[in-house]
Design a protein around this ligand. Structure first.
Ligand code: ATP
Ligand code: MG
Ligand code: FE
Length: 342
């Protein structure tokens, strides 16, 4: 079974071909980061227009790389939500129209289910059940995952998402948008002893997170400095921020493993690319004898491969494919509304 996957929920256009037997055949991605950087954030209308421009060339190159023709596709999976409505509509309209023309069904996919399942694209994939730490630009959640569509929310952020906290703190340090990855590079040069920032909700007794106070703590540090900020200060502040957020994410993940009695942890979403988060979790996994799984670095942030994979796993799990031609997106869509059959 050959599934075409289309991702367009925010500022990445991603296309991929996933074969149920052979795995991922090919994928192509265009990031709009450079286009939005000038505005310091994603401009929804520009995002939609750029998806329109990119989708056909990316589809062509994906097919070409896999040596497949459009007629070989068995179903078209696309991101139905959550995300920017205009951006989602481009992927949805394109997918539904293409499937209609090919007389094939569609599989509307939940974007976070894509992130959650993305470690299954790796050479050594996790098996169910597992605890998932989903840390992306818009979400921070701990979940108990027993199968495709079987998700139990254990805890989530009460305010900013982890990726959002990275980006906002990076902005306060004068880094260009989106600064999360840049901040983490700077942090590697920083002195971990120089500043200590609060670990929000570390001892809250539950699995909730809160990161907006951490961003305010970075702001307070910045205000004590003379402008322009010295490079050494930026690196030390970035390190202090990263130490705090990583400690909270790791401790809460350990707590979730203990609470559920599970031995497998899956990390997904853009912040899952963070090196300090990975090395700290790896060290804990060795010490506490659990296994931790990550997506390949290129599949941590948005991509078409995770959407094609999620679509394929949905079909295999028995979720019925949809007759093509009906256009609807769901910009707001809690993952917990998903079930194993829909
Ligand atoms: P969502 O999936 O919740 O809708 P999104 O799609 O925007 O949000 P992702 O693409 O999963 O989120 O991840 C993007 C986020 O990951 C950004 O906030 C970015 O700063 C962050 N990020 C990427 N690389 C790193 C890194 N190395 N360290 C920390 N954060 C990172
Ligand atoms: Mg993005
Ligand atoms: Fe995402």
């Amino acid at each position: 079974m050959l599934i075409l996957g289309i991702e367009s929920s925010c500022d990445e256009t991603g296309i991929a071909l996933y074969d149920s037997e052979a795995g991922l055949l090919s994928h192509a991605l265009h990031s709009q980061v450079a286009m939005h950087a000038e505005y310091g954030g994603v401009v929804p209308e520009l995002a939609s227009r750029d998806h329109i421009r990119r989708v056909v060339p990316l589809l062509r190159s994906t097919l070409e790389k896999a040596g497949k023709s459009l007629t070989a596709i068995d179903a078209v999976a696309y991101t139905r939500g959550p995300g920017l409505s205009g951006a989602l509509l481009v992927g949805c309209a394109f997918a539904e129209a293409l499937a209609l023309a090919l007389d094939k069904p569609t599989i509307p996919v939940h974007h976070l289910e894509g992130h959650l399942l993305s470690p299954l694209l790796s050479a050594d994939p996790p098996t169910f059940p597992f605890v998932a730490l989903l840390v992306s630009g818009g979400h921070t959640q701990l979940m108990k995952v027993t199968g495709v569509g079987e998700y139990e929310l254990l805890g989530e952020t009460l305010d900013d998402a982890a990726g959002e906290a990275f980006d906002k703190s990076a902005k306060l340090l004068g880094l260009p948008y989106p600064g999360g990855a840049l901040l983490s590079q700077l942090a590697e040069r920083g002195d971990p002893e120089k500043y200590t920032l609060p670990r929000p909700m570390l001892h809250s007794g539950d699995l909730s997170f809160s990161f907006s106070g951490l961003k305010t703590a970075v702001l307070t540090l910045v205000r004590e400095q003379d402008e322009p900020l010295a490079d050494e200060f930026k690196a030390d502040a970035a390190r202090a921020f990263q130490e705090a957020i990583v400690e909270v994410l790791v401790k809460k993940s350990l707590k979730a493993l203990k609470q559920t009695g599970l031995k497998h942890l899956v990390v997904a979403g853009g912040v899952g690319a963070n090196r300090q988060l990975r090395s700290t979790l790896d060290a804990e996994a060795k010490r506490k004898r659990f296994r931790v799984y990550y997506p390949e670095l290129e599949f941590c942030t948005d991509n078409g491969a995770m959407i094609a994979l999620a679509g394929c796993l949905r079909l295999q799990a028995g979720t019925p494919a949809k007759r093509a031609g009906e256009f609807s997106v769901q910009p707001r869509w809690p993952l917990m509304q998903m079930s194993s059959t829909s």
